[in-house]
Ligand binder design. Structure first.
Ligand code: GLA
Length: 395
């Protein structure tokens, strides 16, 4: 299915380039979005994540020019922007799509890319703001283009870390390393178990044709103050500090439970404990899931996914009623109806769920999810299935 979507996106991008700039593009690059199977809010704790790249991506078509600026059309935004190729221009006050582009260009130049003036069209079929890392796919696509136009190769890990900096400095989001890593390093037919402390990925084959990944977009995005993600991060850091370690990754579940009182006080109640309990428990679940997936033990995989969801809802408190409804509907369909497991995916507060389902039941499951969601929440959910896709590449 996805090859068709990819081809369509590619053809449209090329066509738009000709329309805007009058010639065919010289260079084409792509970088995918991602879905995280399990291991949520663990990356900034030095823990484990288990994402895969999805068959949705950002494509950029480009050609160098003799000018000293870059002219870039974003098809998704329906807007053109002009960029001066000066890495010292400070990040804009207000974060917009241009912030990611400006950041990826600037840091690439700082890293040695000799970027000429260029024209480009950006086109993406990763749902924007849906928790599938549309922004990481944009940053990584721009960085990949900079390698091509600038005659350098950063190396995939370096490129991912650079794009994380783009997010920190230009998009003002203190994210971990998961999204940029999987967009840069993803491989077709593999999920990636990433140890976020050593930054060493283990690629685990995900090829069983009888199991599919079904992504369901709740199509809600809650208005947040922006303090939610940093609050979670700060709580984990405070918990680690009280255990005398740099990262929560270094506290075991036994240690955490034995010294629970270190995290409970009048000011925070049991909030710090709950945050740490999620992060530490999620590492255990993630490792179990990766092992179970290797041997096709789908029952264990499913149980870990539901446990992850419950923990993110109750202890980490990053879910919302709409997402809980989707997971509940999937859970009610159950193994007999073809659902192996389901959970919230990504940063939270809306966005998507990820479900592992029997391939021969995927259409039926998608239908029930949409129907029941409409009944319970009164909104339309959208679904698509995907297999693990290739990371960033020159086309
Ligand atoms: C966002 C961040 C990631 C990660 C997830 C939660 O996607 O960008 O680094 O922290 O949230 O797992």
């Amino acid at each position: 299915m996805s090859d068709r979507l990819f081809e369509e996106l590619l053809e449209e991008t090329k066509r738009l380039f000709v329309e805007k700039f009058g010639t065919a593009p010289q260079t084409l690059v792509a970088a995918p979005g991602r879905v995280n199977l399990i291991g949520e809010h663990t990356d900034y704790n030095g823990g484990y994540v288990f994402p895969m790249a999805i068959e949705r991506c950002t494509i950029i078509a480009a050609s160098p020019t003799t000018s000293s600026t870059a002219t870039i059309f974003s098809n998704n935004m329906g807007a053109v922007a002009e960029f001066v190729l000066d890495p010292d221009v400070p990040p804009a006050e207000k974060v917009e799509w241009t912030s990611y582009v400006q950041g990826a260009i600037a840091l690439s130049i700082k890293k040695g890319a000799k970027v000429p003036g260029f024209n480009a069209v950006i086109n993406s079929n990763v749902p924007l703001g849906g928790g599938l890392s549309s922004s990481a796919s944009l940053e990584v696509a721009v960085a990949t283009l900079m390698e091509e136009l600038g005659g350098v190769s950063f190396g995939k890990v370096e490129k991912a870390l650079m794009c994380q900096q783009v997010e920190h400095v230009y998009a003002k989001m203190a994210c971990g390393i998961m999204d940029q890593f999987i967009s840069a390093l993803g491989e077709k037919d593999y999920a990636m178990l990433l140890d976020c402390r050593s930054q060493k990925p283990e690629m685990i084959p995900f090829v069983d044709p009888s199991v599919s990944v079904l992504i369901t977009n709740s199509n809600v995005k809650h208005e947040l103050t922006g303090s939610e993600y940093p609050e979670r991060r700060a709580s984990c850091e405070e918990a680690a500090r009280r255990f005398g370690v740099a990262l929560l990754r270094d506290v075991s579940l036994d240690e955490l439970l034995a010294s629970k009182d270190k995290l409970i006080d009048a000011e925070n109640g049991d909030r710090l404990f709950k945050r740490a309990f999620h992060a530490v428990g999620e590492d255990v679940r993630t490792l179990k899931t990766a092992e179970a997936l290797k041997i096709g033990d789908w029952e264990t995989v499913g149980a870990q996914m539901y446990a992850s969801h419950d923990s993110l809802r109750d202890d980490y408190e990053v879910s919302c009623p709409e997402i809980d409804a989707l997971v509940d509907i999937a859970r009610n369909i159950g193994m007999s109806g073809g659902v192996i497991g389901s959970r919230i995916t990504g940063g939270g507060f809306g966005g998507c769920t990820v479900s592992l389902v029997k391939t021969d039941k995927v259409d039926e499951i998608a239908r029930i999810l949409k129907e029941e969601y409409k009944k319970r929440i009164g909104k339309d959910a959208t679904t698509f299935s995907t297999r693990p896709a290739q990371g960033a590449r020159v086309l």
